[in-house]
Design a protein. Structure first.
Lengths: 171, 551
């Protein structure tokens, strides 16, 4: 499954561990929430980056004490119809000021890229190669946004205010 | 009328090009039907029994004449020459071809119409009072706020994949014509003691197989906070609404399971985090939206023009005027409801010719504006009283002057088994038969206000729970069976109807309705006592006895 990060297809530096996979000595790891919470300090002391795979039905606030020390949070879309992780993503970015990698996993398809970017995701495990290749093109599909989110793009309402004021200056 | 600016136009055009690409990928096989399904639903495209159905939004029920003509054009060019107005200020086309859909969407985008989020598990078309801006006594034009919320809910990055569909309705009048109490969020525009605009917020209304009347979650949310408050409700719902069972996924179930107190505490907690954010709306933003609504330059006209006085001699005109014409906030003007319920016709249908002709009449007599109401009728909101006789003649020629608004033949019905793949039973033929049974307008007038609502399955698109007489078609042992309720209502005193007894067969439905009506006529205390009031006074028992005595 191709990983898109920073708008490009890249190699995944993280190794995903299951609940019971032996811990590799070195290297960056992504671990399930349960395993992470069971031994957070142990995992964080290890050399190599640690990321957490967080299920979409668990309160993201539980992760808050560790946010400054983890390198990635992978949120899950079991199917693309299940939108819970959008709320988790916005909470991480906008309420808890998480600045590390925020990865979308599961059924990640082209037609969700814009929503995901707006919610704060910056890395995408894309289901289909063709969708991953179309990432940049798809991400630019929209230039107008009605809602303010943490991605900082200017909303339609504010753009209108700017236009109003600049017109005001001219008259 | 709200006029799109360049920003709104850009977004809709970007959506059109995205949808064109999605249809192309589906037709090439790059997208599976399962993947495409959600994408098409988000653009108003259902797969029905015979063909794709295309549902187009008419936000808060306001249409300009060029928009109505564009709908007529879509009906003619891409469909079979007619459209069907729904209970949520949408119009549906039933015979559209997938390959042609992007063109249809593009043609509509040119006049500022879209089909975004008219289906799917997202925030649906924001609906309001079809008399908004013209009803006497209205607190403020609710369309300004409706438009603000329309924009905010369009392509929302967090709430486009909710547990289930989500509907918002707004009213600003004492008499609720927007049925806000059967919506996921109902907003009643009010002023506080300082004269500031805000909303009573109701939540958790909805019909379907587990009907609930919405409950008040907050008595006053200031206008500047309304987006953050809605966002808080949605964030709670998105995270905690059930996704394990489609029939338990609406917010009404979450509200019911948590209880309104606990649910409102959750919302309040969330809201405190986000209310002082960029979601707060300042007056300037509201003024900017308000500035793109245009209002007619009304003339100073007499209350009773000569034309009206002369026409009063014609009993047919008078019958129509008394039935279909309502007071306007400006002297000398009227609101004219246009019944889409002719005798023997499917409720809510209009042909392309009727739509075009109506657009011409609206240009001539209603400052180019048409409204769509949840009762599946249209309205001309600004007709000078002196023009009423001429308008009536023109409407009559088009078959659009049936004087049955709010009467027993003004039936709300879903498409039912004639079109819909979810339906268990036919709805339209029941409605057609009832309009024939009660075709005599004198009889209908004698009966007075009485709403019949028909749904062809438990999903309740015909709002049968809130019909004064509700008819629900179900399937039993391979046969269509109809359950009859009475005493429901959708207005400010919204209530769910009560079942009167065992279901009846297709052929018996009209007879049963006749029995109920006869019972009412015999039981009412005086002619002014409406059906609803008699049911309230006596309960269902006497009606039940009458219906089942001989069955």
């Amino acid at each position: 499954m191709p990983l898109v990060n920073g708008g490009k297809i890249v190699d995944d530096g993280f190794v995903k561990l299951a609940v019971d996979t032996p811990l590799p000595e070195r290297g960056d790891i992504l671990v399930p929430a349960e395993r992470f919470l069971g031994d957070a300090e142990g995992l964080l002391e290890r050399s190599g980056k640690v990321g957490v795979i967080w299920p979409n039905n668990r309160d993201i606030a539980e992760l808050v004490p560790y946010l400054g020390r983890i390198a990635a949070v992978a949120l899950v879309f079991p199917t693309f119809r299940d939108g819970r992780a959008y709320s988790q993503a916005r909470l991480l970015r906008e309420r808890y000021n998480y600045r590390g990698e925020l990865r979308a996993t599961g059924q990640v398809l082209r037609d969700q890229f814009v929503f995901m970017l707006r919610a704060g995701f910056d890395a995408f495990e894309v289901k289909k190669q063709a969708d991953a290749e179309a990432f940049m093109q798809t991400a630019k599909r929209y230039s107008v946004f009605y809602q303010p989110t943490g991605d900082g793009r200017i909303t339609a309402l504010h753009r209108r205010m700017q236009l109003r004021h600049s017109e005001g200056v001219g008259t | 009328m709200y006029a799109y600016d360049e920003i709104d136009r850009t977004l809709v055009n970007e959506r059109v090009s995205e949808f064109r690409d999605q249809v192309k990928r589906r037709l090439s096989g790059e997208l599976t039907e399962d993947e495409f399904k959600i994408l098409r639903l988000q653009n108003g495209v259902y797969l029905q029994l015979h063909a794709y159905m295309f549902r187009v939004a008419i936000p808060y029920g306001t249409l300009a004449t060029n928009q109505l003509r564009a709908l007529a054009h879509v009906a003619r060019k891409y469909d079979r020459g007619y459209g069907h107005f729904t209970t949520r200020q949408n119009i549906q086309f039933n015979w559209i071809k997938l390959a042609e859909l992007p063109d249809a969407v593009e043609d509509l985008a040119k006049v500022g119409i879209h089909a975004m989020q008219t289906s799917g598990n997202n925030m649906r078309n924001v609906t309001s009072d079809q008399w908004a801006g013209v009803a006497p006594g209205e607190i403020e034009d609710p369309r300004i706020w409706s438009e603000l919320i329309r924009q905010h809910t369009t392509l929302h990055p967090e709430f486009s994949f909710l547990p289930r569909k989500f509907k918002i309705a707004i009213t600003a009048s004492d008499h609720d014509r927007a049925a806000i109490k059967i919506h996921d969020i109902g907003l009643r525009l009010i002023k506080n003691e300082k004269g500031e605009t805000g909303f009573e917020v109701l939540v958790g209304g909805g019909l379907g197989r587990t009907p609930f009347i919405a409950k008040t979650i907050k008595h006053f949310v200031h206008g500047r906070d309304i987006l953050s408050y809605i966002e808080a409700i949605l964030r709670v719902y998105n995270q905690y609404g059930r996704r394990d069972n489609i029939y338990k996924a609406r917010i009404k179930i979450l509200v019911h399971e948590l209880g309104i107190e606990k649910f409102s505490r959750e919302v309040e907690d969330e809201w405190q985090h986000i209310r002082n954010s960029s979601l707060q709306i300042d007056d300037e933003v509201i003024e900017d939206i308000r500035s793109r609504f245009t209002y007619p330059a009304y003339e100073k006209l007499p209350h009773m023009p000569d034309e009206l006085r002369q026409a009063a001699a014609d009993p047919d005109f008078e019958a129509w005027r008394k039935n279909s014409v309502a007071p306007h906030k400006v002297q000398g003007y009227s609101i004219v409801t246009i019944s889409l319920k002719p005798t023997g016709g499917p409720p809510g249908d209009a042909t392309a010719e009727q739509m075009d002709a109506l657009a011409d009449l609206a240009d001539r007599y209603s400052f180019g504006e048409i409204r769509v109401g949840h009762e599946q009728n249209l309205a001309l909101p600004h007709v000078a009283k002196r023009d009423l006789p001429a308008l009536w003649k023109a409407l009559d020629k088009l078959g659009l002057a049936t004087p049955n608004v709010n009467l027993i033949t003004d039936i709300i019905a879903c498409p039912g088994l004639d079109y819909c793949s979810l339906a268990n039973a036919r709805s339209i033929p029941i409605a057609q038969e009832l309009t024939r049974r009660f075709a005599n307008h004198e009889l209908a007038n004698l009966i007075g206000r009485l709403h019949i609502n028909i749904s062809g399955c438990i999903n309740a698109c015909g709002h049968h729970h809130v019909g004064h007489i509700g008819i629900l078609g179900v399937e039993k042992n391979g046969e269509e069976v109809y359950q009859i309720t009475i005493g429901g209502r959708a207005d400010e005193n919204a209530a769910l109807g009560t079942l009167i007894g065992p279901g009846v067969k297709f052929d018996e439905v009209a007879d049963v309705v006749e029995d109920i009506v006869e019972a009412y006529l015999a039981l009412r205390e005086r002619p002014e006592e409406l059906f609803m009031d008699t049911v309230k006074r006596l309960g269902v028992e006497p009606f039940k006895e009458r219906v089942y005595a001989t069955r």
